[in-house]
Design a protein around this ligand. Structure first.
Ligand code: FCB
Length: 513
């Protein structure tokens, strides 16, 4: 069965199962025990979150702001990419997106109404430094200053991601992230933000999903600048590790109240077979996809992601870089969407065989390696039901991931910086958005997160992706992750049933609400 057919059939299976249980479909009701990976209702009913738990929602500048050329903002790599024919589904752009640049008071009112305690947003570098270097653009600073004040006034913690993939085009033109000079430019930008906003923002994450934008942008070319060269990925990733260390110091120097963490993309990985080779490949996946930016910060060294030694020369590694990369992150933030199954690659690396699927990348073409140096073959399993982005729902994955990171990094403070699902539900004739499948998704994942906390993990926050439906990168507006529906013609917002449910969760610290 090809992937697309498989997805539609399993969606129908998973979706109708949920509807049937709610009595809409008039079919036999499978119990949660019959849905692979599902969490039993009893565990959901008994789940509790600690007092003071930070319930939040997340977004990213390019995905929601619009106002792409207003108030002195420079062009970003995503502006350029989206304005290039053939790059984004439906020729969509983020020129207007959710217009949050102008409508942030309305969006903050939704957060407040839903009892949220944390809003994770990102700043656009090209609003602050239009070409990537030089003095701050005051209008850009003023915008984020107003946003911050409005959040604080609503009793919501501002959580600032400094870089969520939109690079000033001026810096892409200087070679982008493979150019080591970007580490210093980035630290300058981070320092400017902390200087102007650090009296009010105390929670900073330097990079969103650094593996994704370096690998997609420079390794396989499905994100800007569209380059497909593994050695460019290695260089870009190393610059980002240096930048993370330099930014940590710049932020702390500018603001004594700052705490600096992360917003890494992570996926728990399971070996395809119990063989030694598959277990070793799974460990390499974990090192490359989950720890490649965490371990250099905490320990000043790269994790064991490669068959053999790290390719230091190709990475552009210089003596002393370990000291630049090493910084004591105050807390560790990461996203969870879905899991992976990993095996040792049998076939050789075939450039261009990696596929881009939803927000993820996987090797296609039998068992060939995703890249020449890690020699892993990565699969997105389809045992559990799939969301409408084709990602498998596997609630236990968050338990496994959180407890693994807790063990490996000496029980750090953890924030879940993103978790969510794509379903395309839209307003019904009464104006309601009955997105029962999204509620079911969050109930299950959160029950497993509560179990990790009960078992000792120090998780203090969870951010649902996303506050509003938005521009989903190369997929344009074809995917909806919001807990609030957006009509992109009128910009009208409608809180979905999932948003109302999540608001009750935030008020009670329980899931059966
Ligand atoms: C994550 C990204 C976020 C959004 C969600 C669906 O990978 O950080 O911007 O696209 O996926």
């Amino acid at each position: 069965m090809d992937r697309r057919n498989f997805i539609s059939s399993s969606l129908i299976a998973g979706g109708s199962a949920l509807l049937a249980r709610r009595g809409f479909a008039g079919q036999a009701s499978p119990s949660p025990e019959q849905i692979p990976g599902a969490v039993p209702d009893s565990r959901i009913d008994s789940a509790r979150f600690p007092d003071g738990f930070l319930w939040g929602m997340a977004s990213a500048a390019y995905q929601v702001e619009g106002a792409w050329n207003i108030d002195g903002k420079g062009e970003s790599n995503w502006d350029r990419f989206a304005h290039t024919v053939g790059r984004i589904k439906g020729a969509a752009t983020g020129d207007i997106a959710c217009d949050q640049y102008h409508r942030y008071p309305e969006d903050i009112a939704i957060l407040k109404r839903l009892n949220q305690k944390s809003y994770r947003f990102s700043t656009s570098w090209a609003r602050i430094q239009p070409s990537g270097t030089g003095p701050a653009n005051q209008k850009g600073i003023d915008h984020y200053s107003r946003l911050t004040d409005a959040l604080l006034e609503a009793g919501i913690r501002p959580f600032c991601t400094i870089y969520h993939w939109d690079l000033p085009q001026g810096l892409e033109d200087r070679g982008g992230w493979p150019n080591r000079d970007l580490a210093a430019y980035y630290a300058d930008y981070a320092g400017l933000l902390a200087k102007h906003l650090g009296d009010r923002i105390t929670t900073w994450a330097p990079f969103n999903m650094p593996w994704t934008f370096t690998y997609y942008g420079y390794g396989i070319g499905v994100f800007p600048p569209g380059r497909a060269d593994f050695s460019q990925f290695l260089k870009a990733a190393h610059t980002v590790n240096l930048a993370q260390g330099e930014a940590f110091r710049a932020i702390k120097a500018a603001s004594s109240r700052a705490t600096v963490g992360s917003a890494y993309g992570m996926a728990p990985a399971y070996p395809k077979t119990a063989s030694e080779a598959d277990r070793a490949a799974t460990a390499r996946y974990h090192a490359m996809n989950n720890l490649y930016f965490l371990n250099p910060a905490i320990h000043g060294e790269y994790p064991r992601a490669f068959v053999g030694d790290p390719p230091y020369e190709a990475m552009g590694y210089r003596p002393g870089d370990d000291k630049i990369m090493k910084v004591p992150l105050d807390w560790i933030g990461f996203h969870y969407y879905t899991r992976r199954v990993v095996s040792a690659a049998q076939g050789s690396f075939e450039p261009g065989t990696a596929g881009h699927f939803g927000t993820e990348t996987e090797g296609e073409g039998g068992s060939s390696a995703r890249d020449p140096l890690t020699r892993i073959h990565v699969e997105m399993p389809t045992e559990g039901p799939l969301t409408e982005a084709g990602l498998e729902i596997w609630p236990t994955g968050i338990y496994d991931l959180v407890t693994q990171i807790s063990r490996e990094y000496n029980h750090p403070i953890i924030e879940i910086s993103e978790n969510g699902c794509c379903y395309l539900d839209s307003p019904d004739e009464t104006g309601r958005v009955p997105d029962a499948r999204r509620i079911a998704f969050h109930r299950q994942i959160l029950a497993e997160l509560a179990r990790a906390i009960a078992d000792g993990a120090r998780v203090r926050a969870y951010h649902a992706w996303s506050l509003v439906d938005n521009f989903e990168w190369a997929d344009g507006y074809t995917q909806r992750y919001g807990l609030t529906y957006v009509d992109f013609r009128s910009q009208k917002r409608t809180i979905k049933d999932s948003g109302l449910w999540y608001g009750r969760v935030a008020a009670t610290n329980r899931l059966n609400v």
